[in-house]
Design a protein. Sequence first.
Length: 126
Amino acid sequence: MSLPYGNKPCMHEALFDDAWFKDTGVTTLDFAKAMIDEGYHPMTVYFPLVVHGAMLVEPTESESKASLDLFIATLRDLALAVKRGDTARFVGAPYHAPRRRLDETRAARQPVLRWTKPQPVAEAAE
């Protein structure tokens, strides 16, 4: 991963950009969605707006060193998969979540702002 502001000290967050996977066929959004399959909430993407392909990671103070090390190992594994050209792992992710990838453009333009109770599923007659 590349650091858009160099190797300067940071406080509680780490900012990366997507320059390191240019021309791989994987986007920042693809990478974030693949994190869901690994059991992690994706990082903030596209913010701050002054960094192209921003990936902002903000671990909470309650995370142990062991959990942070596992998170870093997972990010490294994903980064190596990008470099290997394993685009299938990314372009349709998440594959293992209860919901597949949403059409984010449609969701932004036609948001569903009201929850409705799901209708019961009819039992199959025997």
